[in-house]
Design a binder for this molecule. Sequence first.
Ligand code: MG
Length: 170
Amino acid sequence: MLDAKVVALLNDQVNKEFFSAYLYLDFSNFYEAKGLAGFANWYKIQAQEERDHAMLFYQYLHNNNCSVTLEAIAKPNVEMKELMDPLKAALAHEEYVTDLIHKIYAAAQEVQDFRTTQFLDWFVKEQGEEETNANNLITKMELFGSDPKGLYMLDNELAARVYAAPSLVL
Ligand code: MG
């Protein structure tokens, strides 16, 4: 049996990951409307990844005989005007998610729930990668985004991203 507090945090993370998917879909939505299909592709795939994360938490709870409560997913709340806005918001959001993952990890560690800390190890690493990707995108946009040719090439680069299922299998 998993600790009740750990279960509550894991259940909450199901919702948080679905919200991330919804947020990134809204970023994709923004770039589609701007005619930047590559940026839109990047965030559509990002949204797919977040849905995968939600399902990993969902499945982990079920695998441990815990019931899951699906709550309402909040409306995406980032105001987007400039092309840079979603990129900066994505970094801030990933830093927030990293903090959430670390808090669950700390709660599991407190009750010596080694199964959950091992499950979360993948997410700790994943969050490092997410923050690196978000930072790199901001850097590229700062360097090349103000030049139409640079923006065109960056959009083409992001168009090449393809979806890959998560390496973590439960
Ligand atoms: Mg995630």
